[in-house]
Design a protein around this ligand. Sequence first.
Ligand code: ADP
Length: 541
Amino acid sequence: MLGLMQNQPMLISSLIDYAERHHGDGEIVSRRVEGDIHRYTWADVAKRSRQVANALDGMQLKQGSRVATVAWNGYRHLELYFGVSGSGRVLHTLNPRLHPDQVVWIANHAEDEVVCFETSFLALIQAVHARCTTVKQWVLMCDADKLPADTGIPGLISYEAWVGKEANTYTWPVFDENTASSMCYTSGTTGHPKAALYSHRSTILHAYAAALPDVMCISARDSILPVVPMFHVNAWGIPYSAALTGCKLVFPGPALDGKSVYELMETEGVTYSAGVPTVWQMLLGHMKANNLKFSTLKRTVIGGSACPPAMITAFNDDYGVEVLHAWGMTELSPLGTLCTLKNKHLGLPEAEKMKIRLKQGRGIYGIDMKIVGDDGNALPHDGKAYGDLMVKGPWVVRDYYKGESSPLINGWFPTGDVATIDADGFMQITDRSKDVIKSGGEWISSIDIENIAMAHPAVQMAACIGMRHPKWDERPIVAVVKKPGAEVTRDELIAFYEGKTAKWQVPDDVVFVDAIPLGATGKMLKTRLREVLKDYVLPGV
Ligand code: ADP
């Protein structure tokens, strides 16, 4: 017997309709690329996202077509979030930090038809546009009178000229809630980047869950500054949860240095923020150097990389800010676990509470977790046994976009993280089984770094590993075995990377070794290599 409740599809357009109707005067504040501050309201976001929808209809862009953004956190980006997905197209948030060749590969793989980009990325788009074969329209996210002449990009129009002429009335289409809404590529693992293709349903369920008190705890009384980029897993879903709750949003634009973020937090009464450890390091450094305090900030989510204990202590003890340690992945929309204490933990001594806070957190409703051993069998949740972390749930990928085979193993998604789970359900990452390095919250593929070194005529074998770094969490170094009789210096090899990968992905150092430890099947044993290099210190650290 079926229930007799209304069968209304969960669509992203309903979020912006809700925000307009119930929180229409709620503020959205953005620092623009030009440096000034832009202010408007949820009602304005709603109107302008309908103008975006009309502009896309005007181009006769089919349902499901991909509309890409290359943009900072800001109001125009927010309008595209709702206008593109709400009208049935797929929002593809491109990561501008990637090497131009990777941007081209991703745009062609996604078959982007429209690309909206900010003036900061004009040079990048000038370098790639001719190779992006599916793009019909390039849109510069600027005022009509700011469109530069002679960019060399055919048909380039300004965002304001593009949407400005459109009506702000529009009837959002109603379709199956499983329809694709947005996509995000992750360059985490080997080979080409892979895309998670989110649906309206997965996005709304994730937005509900993210707002829960034991998850991100977002309410209409919050003023949220997401530092995590909107091109990185939809800023951890904050734009959607913000519309669902009607909180104020404060966008930092390109200014992510400690001083700029601090000033915006203070002037806009920010109560809540979210980002990777690296940005908080910059903020805390600025505050310490200038003897500053927060007057409104209460909580911050820290994730993307393990949160250092000193950061939790500094936020809590020196500034009275609660740190919510979080773990997630692009493939999980991204939230998997949040570290909030249970009632029974509140009376524990500080040191005991700290041990819990350092864990990545409890699985939230909607995410099922297990750890398995080498034989694939589930391991006990005793906080000691560690194994491969597997997850499943309605906002976890089933397949990658255009993927050849499903990544799932018996219905579970293997995360590539190694973890323990304790009896209270708190998960702690102990290692990573995937061969990648995470620097400042962004991925570097070890294989890519090794392949470049191997292309040098003097290199016989190369192994790239991540080394702990106080600011970037990890930085890559490459261990190299030279060909017999061949010569190459550290500096020559570092220079060899120039133009072959993004600058921030170039290894910090080259270590020449006699041999790289190999396993029985000829696979490089990086754990053994790490032991060999245990006394190694990164240059300048
Ligand atoms: P995000 O950076 O938003 O979490 P990514 O897909 O870029 O999403 O990266 C996911 C990976 O980052 C995880 O599989 C894990 O290896 C690492 N990661 C994420 N959060 C944490 C955390 N709190 N502690 C340790 N590693 C983390």
